[in-house]
Design a protein around this ligand. Structure first.
Ligand code: MG
Length: 384
């Protein structure tokens, strides 16, 4: 199988795992982007000779351009550079593993170039899902989820024959995060160090905090509603501590399909890159002849109140999912820099949603304004 791949966020955790898969499958890397780790970008340029490399920071882009001036790779800079990379990479599929809503514009730029998207960046689907999915449809572009839950659902629905019309419920599995079983009051003294120690998946800091608050699951719920076109009341969340069942789909005849495997993001990344085919993997298979048990438990939505909040935001739609996401991005930043406590993340996000008058959104510029406005508002509340 030959594929041309472009990676946005190639030095992050998902980006590096994608590089491993590209290496093992022998795919071609046509473009990469990164934020600050220019040493890693230089290594990737020297190994894969991509056509373009984009660096969001202007000054670091200049540094990198000097370092790799003996290579054919063109270094682009700034947010516009990332969009240009997404638009001109010439890739068959673009893997977007950027963090936060900054991934919206590059996603649209790739869609405009008719490039399929392997989506590991959940915020664009949450904040701008309606715009992104309708533009993808108009351009005949496939959006293939990389998030393990959505990859599982995608595989269950598309396994064999297309059965979207028979879907009754989606059941998202949640590891429960590091604080499963605790009540809100017991979370008061959680520090960034404690919150970032995730039991099963290894990942970056922002998503670790999102896993601890279960905002991650709340974003995934909205993502599932958008990607699979089911209403919010038909997406359920169950706590499954082993992270072996990555999610399930129940059909109208009450039969349920699940997708299973070791918790390893490389499975999902490779599936998205090779879809609709499959190829051998560097991931180890499960051994079902050994004894192990799978458990499912209810989630305490009073402590982890982002789930009911997300249901409300996506059911009402418009600007609300964008507001929820923007407030969370800002609150997590404040928490990681120790300016607010762990439980303040919940109240800041809930207050931002409560204080916002919903707008119907049709263009991306207005959405960016709201995103910026809400973030500024959260930063200011925390200061006062
Ligand atoms: Mg996930």
């Amino acid at each position: 199988m030959s594929k041309k791949i472009c990676i946005l966020g190639s030095t992050g955790s998902i980006g590096k795992q994608t590089i491993e898969i590209i290496r093992s499958c022998g795919f071609e890397l046509t473009g990469i982007s990164g934020n600050t780790n220019i040493l890693e970008l230089e290594n990737q340029i020297r190994e894969f000779s991509p056509k373009y490399c984009a660096v969001a920071d202007q000054r670091l882009a200049e540094d990198l351009a000097v370092r790799v001036k003996d290579t054919p790779t063109v270094v682009l800079s700034g947010d516009d550079g990332v969009c240009q990379l997404a638009n001109e990479s010439g890739a068959d599929i673009l893997l977007n593993s950027l963090l936060g809503s900054c991934g919206i514009r590059p996603t649209l730029a790739a869609i405009d170039a008719h490039t399929d998207i392997a989506m590991a960046n959940k915020e664009p689907i949450v904040a701008a899902g309606e715009i992104i999915l309708s533009r993808a449809k108009d351009n005949g572009v496939r959006i293939i989820p990389v998030d393990s839950e959505h990859s599982a659902i995608f595989q269950c629905i598309n396994g064999g024959f297309n059965s979207y019309k028979y879907v009754n419920r989606l059941i998202l599995t949640a590891s429960g995060g590091p604080f499963f079983g605790r009540q809100r009051i017991e979370l008061k003294n959680v520090t960034p160090e404690i919150a970032c120690a995730h039991p099963t998946w290894s990942m970056g800091k922002k998503i670790s905090v999102d896993s601890a608050t279960l905002m991650n699951k709340a974003l995934e719920l909205i993502e599932a509603v958008r990607l699979f076109g089911v209403s919010a009341d038909r997406v359920e969340v169950t706590v499954h501590r082993q992270s072996i069942v990555h999610s399930m789909v129940e059909f109208c005849d009450s039969s349920t399909l699940a997708q299973l495997g070791h918790p390893d993001m490389k499975h999902c990344i490779q599936f998205a890159l090779t879809y609709p085919e499959r190829c051998e993997s560097i991931c180890r298979p499960m051994d079902y002849t050994k004894a192990f048990s799978l458990t499912f438990e209810p989630l305490d939505e009073k402590t982890f109140s982002f789930l009911p909040l997300a249901r409300r935001c996506v059911a009402e739609g418009g600007s609300l999912p964008c507001v929820m996401n923007a407030a969370n991005e800002a609150a997590v930043e404040l928490f990681l820099s120790k300016k607010i406590g762990f439980c303040d993340i919940f109240s800041l996000v809930e207050d931002a949603v409560k204080g916002h008058n919903k707008e119907n959104i049709t263009d991306i510029d207005r959405l960016s304004e709201i995103d910026a406005l809400i973030k500024e508002q959260v930063f200011n509340t925390a200061k006062s």
